[in-house]
Design a protein around this ligand. Structure first.
Ligand SMILES: Nc1ncnc2c1ncn2[C@@H]1O[C@H](COP(=O)(O)OP(=O)(O)OP(=O)(O)O)[C@@H](O)[C@H]1O
Ligand SMILES: [Mg+2]
Length: 369
C-alpha cells in the first residue's frame, strides 16, 4: 500500500515539475536583460546635425567637439560650465604623447616659427615678429621641460552631447552652452555629419571615433578634471550635512577601512563652522555609534556638549579640586607589531621619563616667572 502511494506521489511530483518547466519556458520567451530594458526603441542617426532617440517620448541629442582652446587653462574652472550645464554628457579622451614624438614635433614647430619670424622681420612687421618670438620661446621652454622630465604632452579630444525633448530646446541649449564656453575662450562646434560617431564616442565604451584632438601639457591637462565636484564622506557613518554641489547627504565614519588612520584636522577661517562641525561629529558619533570623545577644552566651549550628552566636564585649574597626579601609574595595553598580540605592561621607564619631563617643564616655567 505504502509503496504504491509513494509511487503515485512521485508521479504527481514529476507531472508538477513538468508543468513548472512549461510555465518557466513561457516566461523565458518574455525574459529581458537590463540592456533590453533600458534601451530606447531606436536611434535615428540619419540627420547631419543631431540624432533622434525614439522612445515613449522622442529625445533629441546634438554632439559637439571642442574646436579651439585658449592659450592658458585656469584651474579648476576650465570645463566647469560644461560639466554643470544640465542634461549634458561630456567625455574627455586623454592619450599620452611619447617623449621622442613630443621632441620631434616641438623641434619642427620651433623651426617653422623661426622661419615665420625671419619673414616677419624682413617685412618690418614688428608686431607679428614679437608674437612669433614669444610663441617660439614658449615652445622652447616646453621642449626643455619635457626633456628634463618636468612636463609631458597629451593628445585630448573633448566631446559633449546636449539632450532635449524638442528641436527648439535643443537649438536653445546648443546656443547657451556654446556661449557659456566662449566665456572661457573655448570654441565648441557641432560634429557636423559626424553625429553618429560623436554620439558613440560619448558613450562609456572608451572608443574615440573622432579625429579632433588638441595638445595639452601636464598642467593644462589637470584642469579638465572635475575636482570641485568630488564626493566627500563614506558609505556609512554619521550624517554631517549635505554636499551643495550634488545635494547628496555626507556621511562620515572616522573608523572607515578606507582611511589610513583615524587622524583628522579641520581647517577654516574664523567663524566658518569648525567648532560646530567637531561638536556635531562628536555628539552624533556618541549617540549613533556609541563612540566616546575626549576634548582638551582650553576655551571651555565643549562643556555644554559633554553635559547634554550625559558626559562629564572635568575642570582643571589651580583652584579646582580636581588635580592631575603626575605620579599616577597605570597598566597599558600594547600590540606587538609582528605577531599582533596584545600585552598589558607597566612601563616604569617611560613613566619616569614622562614625570621628569613634566617636572622640568613646570620648574622652568616657575624659574622664568
Ligand atoms: N552648519 C551650520 N549651520 C548653521 N550655522 C552654523 C553652521 N556652522 C556654523 N554656524 C554658525 O556659525 C557660527 C560660528 O561657527 P563656529 O563657532 O563653529 O566657527 P569656528 O570656525 O569654530 O570659528 P573660530 O575660528 O572663531 O573658533 C556658529 O555660532 C553658528 O551660529
Ligand atoms: Mg571655534
Amino acid at each position: 500500500m505504502f509503496g504504491i502511494k509513494k509511487q503515485e506521489t512521485i508521479n504527481e511530483l514529476e507531472v508538477d515539475s513538468k508543468k513548472m518547466q512549461e510555465t518557466k519556458s513561457i516566461f523565458k520567451t518574455e525574459e529581458k536583460d537590463i540592456k533590453h530594458l533600458i534601451a530606447p526603441g531606436g536611434i535615428d542617426a540619419s540627420y547631419t546635425n543631431h540624432i533622434e532617440i525614439a522612445s515613449n517620448r522622442t529625445r533629441y541629442a546634438r554632439s559637439m567637439v571642442v574646436a579651439a582652446l585658449p592659450r592658458m587653462c585656469t584651474f579648476p574652472e576650465f570645463l566647469r560650465g560644461m560639466y554643470t550645464f544640465g542634461d549634458v554628457n561630456v567625455s574627455v579622451f586623454i592619450n599620452p604623447v611619447s617623449e621622442s614624438t613630443s621632441q620631434t614635433d616641438l623641434n619642427r614647430t620651433i623651426n617653422e616659427l623661426e622661419s615665420e619670424r625671419v619673414v616677419a622681420q624682413e617685412r618690418g612687421d614688428i608686431n607679428r615678429e614679437r608674437i612669433i618670438a614669444q610663441k617660439r620661446a614658449e615652445a622652447e621652454e616646453l621642449r626643455d621641460a619635457i626633456a628634463a622630465g618636468f612636463n609631458k604632452l597629451f593628445d585630448s579630444t573633448i566631446i559633449s552631447t546636449v539632450f532635449a525633448y524638442s528641436m527648439d530646446e535643443l537649438d536653445k541649449y546648443t546656443e547657451l552652452l556654446t556661449n557659456e564656453m566662449s566665456k572661457n575662450l573655448i570654441d565648441l562646434k557641432p560634429a557636423w555629419a559626424m553625429q553618429d560617431e560623436a554620439f558613440r564616442s560619448n558613450m562609456p565604451f572608451c572608443e574615440n571615433k573622432l579625429n579632433k584632438s588638441h595638445t595639452f601639457d601636464r598642467r593644462a591637462m589637470s584642469t579638465v578634471f572635475p575636482f570641485f565636484n568630488s564626493e566627500v564622506g563614506h558609505e556609512d557613518g554619521i550624517p554631517l550635512g549635505f554636499n551643495k554641489q550634488t545635494g547628496l547627504p555626507i556621511l562620515y565614519n572616522n573608523f572607515s577601512s578606507k582611511l589610513t588612520n583615524y587622524n583628522m584636522i579641520v581647517f577654516g577661517k574664523s567663524g566658518a563652522g569648525k567648532s560646530v562641525t567637531i561638536k556635531t561629529l562628536s555628539a552624533r558619533s556618541s549617540i549613533l555609534m556609541g563612540i566616546e570623545s575626549l576634548a582638551l577644552d582650553a576655551e571651555g566651549e565643549y562643556g555644554v556638549v559633554a553635559e547634554s550628552l550625559g558626559g562629564v566636564n572635568v575642570v582643571i585649574s589651580p583652584t579646582s579640586k580636581t588635580i592631575i597626579n603626575v605620579f599616577d601609574i597605570e597598566p597599558e595595553v600594547v600590540k606587538d607589531e609582528i605577531t599582533g598580540k596584545e600585552r598589558t605592561i607597566v612601563s616604569v621607564e617611560n613613566k619616569v621619563e614622562d614625570v621628569t619631563q613634566g617636572l622640568l617643564t613646570m620648574a622652568r616655567r616657575k624659574y622664568r616667572k
